[in-house]
Design a protein around this ligand. Structure first.
Ligand code: F6R
Length: 243
């Protein structure tokens, strides 16, 4: 694992945008695995600016998102499709037809999941997978458990995740309790992984991710065996690392 420590959230965001841009500049038709949440917002803002300045071209890029809440339509302002359109896709020169987010309203969820995996395979796999990390070590919505799933699947969200995400909704009861998420297989098959984290409240999980034992109870620890992982954190998130 390559660990890059930046001063603060803004510096972490700039650095991670530069790493993603390098991948696209090297391979203009790159397949990007993207994430939502609070952490990547400023990274996406940096990418929008870089796109406007001609430093990155998304016209041939395809994107596949990690996850989507079950039961929310793409128009719902808390759906991940809405998040991606608002925070990135509407402001860059990507062809929206080449942006994929699981369909939270799919009637046949199993079919939606298997088609999602097939699509990624047909695209030739993910060149760069961007990840945030939950306080409990989830990546995508692969929550701590005795067993983890390889493929895209429907999952229940833990109480802690629902509480953490309630900040984006009017009230906690509005947070969906289930989501479709790419599995550990989909994530681990990505050629390169970029995990970003910021703030003191991520310090403990970042130390477990980097220095802890590999366990399904902290799904992100599986990244320790991936051959090409870069972690970009700010000083606060890195504050419990030993060295
Ligand atoms: C989002 C996702 C989640 C988040 C994680 C961290 O698509 O898959 O795993 O990356 O919950 O969220 P923030 O960035 O809000 O702390």
């Amino acid at each position: 694992m390559r660990i890059i420590i930046e001063k603060d959230y803004e510096a972490m965001s700039k650095k991670s945008a530069e790493i993603l841009a390098e991948v696209v500049n090297e391979k203009p038709e790159a397949v990007l695995g993207l994430a939502t949440g609070g952490t990547p917002v400023s990274m996406y803002r940096n990418l929008i600016d870089m796109n406007k300045e001609g430093k990155i071209d998304f016209s041939k890029v395809t994107s596949v998102n990690l996850d989507e809440y079950k039961g929310l339509s793409g128009d719902h302002d808390q759906s991940y499709r809405y998040f991606m359109n608002n925070n990135l896709f509407n402001h860059i020169n990507i062809d929206k037809k080449n942006t994929y987010v699981p369909n939270g309203l799919a009637e046949d969820i199993e079919k939606e999941c298997s088609e999602y995996d097939k699509r990624i395979e047909n695209l030739g796999g993910i060149d760069l997978q961007l990840l945030g990390i939950g306080n409990n070590g989830h990546i995508g919505f692969n929550e701590p458990d005795d067993f983890l799933h390889m493929s895209t699947h429907l999952t229940g969200l833990t109480e802690g995740t629902i509480e953490a995400n309630a900040r984006f909704f009017d009230k906690k009861e509005d947070v969906p309790t289930e989501a479709i998420t790419m599995g550990l297989g989909g994530i681990m098959k990505a050629k390169k992984i970029l995990l970003i984290a910021s703030g003191e409240n991520k310090a403990e999980i970042i130390s477990k991710l980097v220095e802890g034992k590999i366990t399904t109870q902290v799904p992100a620890t599986l990244l320790q065996v991936h051959p090409n992982v870069t972690i970009v954190v700010d000083e606060a998130a890195a504050s419990l690392l030993k060295k």
